[in-house]
Design a protein around this ligand. Structure first.
Ligand SMILES: CC(C)(COP(=O)(O)OP(=O)(O)OC[C@H]1O[C@@H](n2cnc3c(N)ncnc32)[C@H](O)[C@@H]1OP(=O)(O)O)[C@@H](O)C(=O)NCCC(=O)NCCS
Length: 415
């Protein structure tokens, strides 16, 4: 079966996490992704957080599946010519270097346009134009600058970053959408264009509901679904809401059986309004279904703490999976707090290809997250990440270089 992006060639000039997640997705959709790495060294993540000496790290392998790797010294004049040949052959150049690095290499937008007017140049940067545009940025910097950290955590504690890589992988996702959109526009315009996804913008886009809340707070001075209501205080900015739901249906994380020893024996419980009567029945508080102090969502808001404490008395008598089973029977929205160990062992995720076992010639078998986006006509086969420079000769030959030329370029240190 063909793939959605068959025939699209990507010059993947990305490193670390944000760019590689983007090009990995494009590879999974069928694009030919040619990763250009620094001759001799490669993407710095190859050697970061290694669990096996001298073997590409899981950090690298899990972000670079289905790609080819070529090594080019793009600061060497002959290496530059090889990169130019690649620019002429590819549809998209994706990069996430520090601001200005591509220009300093001599590959300005204007130069790339001269070489290939159909080329789409897609970049991840930490910030868009403005006071911080020249800054180097990593994941947690973006989480802090994009509004996630100030709104995550508990009221009485410091700002907290989340384990979900919303700055890196989140921005990679945004960039991938920008790229396929630009490819679509090119079918009409015949021209390439620049695509920019700034990490601050990507995080803020994912924190959209918090900017909603800032304006609600400015207008009314309170937000009744936040744990600060009715007893705490609100300041000028959106406070940290603990585990409160970000939407209109109050929720909280509750202890389940075994919580004393298992750090993940918890369940997320949502007191969705349409199933309130069923919740009351399940926890044995039938009277709350009709009591005017509890019967309506508005009446419940000042009592949320007490309500969740009562529900927790019930969840603590069940394991998180038993609670799920019972609550699902009544369509009560809830979710177990799953550990990474539980997720890795979950058979249904293996079945759908969301968790995949991949074989690697140097590290053997390892688990990875497959393509989370499923296309019915473009299935994803996850193949291992390339070794450093594994495809240099192959790609050079496709660019028209003879074995003698390849060997001369290698001697010159250009590849
Ligand atoms: C992630 C980041 C902080 C890493 O910074 P860094 O390790 O110092 O790397 P840089 O991006 O500055 O690039 C390093 C240099 O390698 C050079 N380089 C990269 N590939 C090369 C190659 N194949 N041949 C020769 N030189 C190469 C670049 O030209 C640059 O040189 P310069 O500084 O002389 O211009 C930075 O790239 C960045 O801010 N990126 C944008 C935001 C981003 O994506 N952050 C998330 C990362 S997960």
């Amino acid at each position: 079966m063909g793939k959605a992006l068959d025939g699209v060639r990507i010059l993947d000039f990305t490193h670390v996490q944000s760019g590689p997640t983007c090009t990995q997705l494009l590879a999974w959709f069928g694009a030919d992704v040619i990763k250009v790495e620094r001759a001799g060294a490669g993407d710095i993540t190859r050697e970061q957080l290694r669990d096996i000496p001298d073997v590409d790290s899981l950090y690298f392998t899990m972000l670079n599946h289905n790609k080819r790797s070529v090594t080019i010294d793009t600061k060497n004049p002959e290496g530059k010519l090889v990169l130019e040949a690649l620019i002429q052959k590819c549809d998209v150049l994706v990069e996430n270097f520090a601001p200005g690095a591509l220009d300093r290499m001599g590959f300005t937008w204007e130069r790339i346009q001269e070489l290939n007017p159909r080329m789409i140049v897609a970049s991840v940067k930490g910030f868009g134009p403005g006071p911080y545009e020249d800054c180097k940025v990593y994941e947690n910097v973006a989480q802090c600058a994009g509004g996630a950290a100030s709104t995550t955590g508990f009221d009485d504690g410091p700002p907290v970053v989340t384990g979900a890589q919303i700055g890196d992988s989140g921005t990679g996702l945004h960039l991938a959408l920008g790229i396929v959109t630009a490819l679509y526009q090119r079918t009409q315009s015949g021209r390439g264009q620049r695509v920019l996804a700034a990490m601050q913008d990507g995080v803020l886009n994912l924190c959209r509901v918090k900017l909603r809340d800032q304006q609600r707070l400015d207008r009314t001075g309170t937000m009744k679904e936040y744990p600060q209501y009715p007893n705490g205080t609100f300041g000028e900015a959106v406070p940290r809401a603990g585990n409160a739901s970000g939407g209109g249906q109050p929720g909280w994380i509750l202890k389940c059986k075994g919580w004393e020893t298992d750090p993940n024996a918890y369940i997320y419980f949502i007191t969705q309004a349409p199933v309130w009567a069923k919740i009351c029945n399940v926890i044995g508080k039938e009277e709350w279904a009709t009591d005017p102090d509890y019967a309506t969502p508005a009446a419940r808001l000042p009592h949320l703490k007490e309500i969740f404490a009562e529900i927790e008395r019930w969840t603590m008598t069940k394991t998180k999976f038993e609670a799920m089973q019972i609550l699902n029977k009544y369509d009560i929205p809830c979710g177990p707090i799953l550990s990474m160990k539980e997720i890795a062992e979950e058979p249904s995720l293996r079945k759908t290809g969301t968790i995949v076992e991949v074989d690697h010639p140097m590290r053997g078998k390892y688990l990875t997250v497959g393509n989370p986006i499923k296309l019915s006509d473009s299935p994803t086969d996850v193949t291992r990440s390339p070794l450093l420079g594994e495809h240099t000769d192959e790609v050079m030959a496709e660019l028209g270089y003879s074995p003698e030329q390849i060997s001369a370029l290698r001697t010159a240190g250009a590849i």
